[in-house]
Design a binder for this molecule. Structure first.
Ligand SMILES: Cc1ncc(COP(=O)(O)O)c(C=O)c1O
Ligand SMILES: [Zn+2]
Length: 422
């Protein structure tokens, strides 16, 4: 969207964006009105949502719906959001991971398991906010470029809201992610290129089609706010307390930066006690532009060409990469990366110890957690939360060569005895 578009803001009903007051440039701080805008008209920096928060109490939140809408006052959505059809994501399990912790030598470990969302990834959170913005701005088409999980979430949310959807994916995406998008019946365009090519194409279309809302492009400031709900839920589920350390996967980097923003808002509003916390980013070695910049001490992120089994994290030119570096450095965290074999190990480790089957992105965070502990970057005596952001059923190929039946036998007791299990 051009700077020109910002000069003529779209109209919307009062309260369409809740307590949000405008869009603020993350680089120069200049203000833009609430609308389908994502780049600052002054400096082209990314815009994010600014608020004028009222007093919000724990009791008020606790008496709300059992999904992300309990945090409505802290999100850019109207007070009546619950009455418009959406997928109602959130309030996923926060599991005390004692077995995994024992194995990794860390005492107080939790897994925030976002595979429990309606389309089985954290993307349902961000999409619910983007859908609300699209609706309030009078957009006609709900669209996105996606590495897979966003595709699922947009297609499902659009179906439920009765809004036309057009989803763009790289042509070589995992087959389950293609099918679990196509089943919702919207348009699905497979683009012969990688995610960064798909994203460029989507930005071009967004510039041309004024009534198309691309969840992660022209309504990105709203979309991104959805990831704050991970921070809100973790704090609430810990009894209104912030953990010492959080490990988060990084693709575009949006999720990691917004978990930090969410924690800051909770402190500012007095919903939790202020305390230091450290945020760690996790990438696949085959697509680790942010981790590379972190290790080299750089402020800029050099784009790479991804080559990893963690396709959901395969963004070679991450929009929020520099802000991930800021958060990791400011909070005393780090950004680390792990190989495809370590990712497979991570998936199996979490499954074997906690009964949680993560997709490759979850394998990345678990393997990164292990690496951060063994390298001494993460303190094993501190309370730690690791995110599992997606479901292993969508990336079965990652473990297909590693697991299978223990034995295949004829249906006779004597055959069973030969397995050596008793
Ligand atoms: C399962 C999963 N986890 C994490 C991410 C990373 O999200 P972000 O682009 O906000 O860094 C993605 C992005 O597609 C994803 O699909
Ligand atoms: Zn600016």
């Amino acid at each position: 969207m051009s700077a020109q578009a910002i000069d003529s803001p779209t109209t919307h009903r009062a309260g369409a964006f809740g307590n949000a007051t405008g869009l603020v440039c993350r680089e120069c701080g200049s203000q833009s009105p609430l609308g389908p805008f994502y780049a600052c008209p002054e400096c082209f920096g990314p815009l994010e949502v600014g608020y004028d928060f009222p007093a919000v109490t724990r009791e008020q939140i606790e008496s709300g719906p059992k999904n992300i809408w309990r945090y409505q006052p802290l999100l850019p959505v109207p007070a009546d959001i619950v009455s418009s059809p959406n997928t109602e994501p959130g309030m996923t399990r926060l599991l005390r991971a004692a077995n995994l912790g024992r194995e990794l030598g860390i005492e107080r470990l939790w897994v925030k398991d976002d595979s429990g969302n309606p389309t089985h990834s954290f993307k349902d959170r961000v999409v619910a906010i983007a859908l609300s913005a699209a609706r309030e701005l009078g957009m006609k088409v709900f669209a996105c470029p996606s590495t897979g999980n966003l595709a699922n979430a947009v297609a499902a949310a659009g179906a439920r809201a009765g809004m036309r959807t057009v989803v763009f994916i790289p042509h070589d995406l995992e087959r389950p992610k293609v099918l679990t998008t196509a089943v919702y019946g919207g348009a699905l365009i497979a683009v012969k290129g990688n995610y960064d090519d798909v994203n460029r194409l989507a930005s071009e279309i967004a510039g041309e089609e004024e009534d198309w809302a691309f969840a992660n492009v022209n309504v990105r400031p709203y979309y991104a706010e959805g990831s704050k709900t991970l921070a809100f839920e973790i704090a609430e589920q810990l009894g209104w307390r912030i953990p010492d350390q959080i490990v988060i996967p990084v693709a575009s980097g949006s999720q990691l930066t917004k978990v930090d923003k969410g924690l800051q808002e909770l402190i500012k509003l007095g919903l939790v006690e202020g305390k230091p916390y450290r945020i760690f980013g996790a990438q696949a070695a085959g697509c680790s532009p942010v981790s590379a910049a972190y290790k080299e001490g750089l402020d800029v992120v050099r784009p790479v060409r991804p080559d990893t089994i963690a396709k959901s994290l395969a963004i070679g030119n991450p929009a929020d990469g520099p802000y991930v570096l800021d958060v990791a450095r400011r909070t005393g965290g780090a950004v680390e990366d792990v190989t495809d074999e370590e990712i497979r190990d991570g998936i199996q480790l979490l499954a074997r110890t906690e009964g949680v089957f993560a997709e490759t992105a979850g394998g990345v965070t678990i393997a990164t957690l292990a690496k951060l502990i063994s390298s001494g970057q993460l303190d094993p005596t501190q309370e730690t939360v690791v995110l599992n952001t997606g479901d292993g059923l969508k990336t079965l190929d990652a473990v297909a060569d590693r697991v299978g039946p223990t034995a295949t036998i004829e249906p006779h007791f004597s055959e069973f005895l030969k397995t050596g299990l008793v």
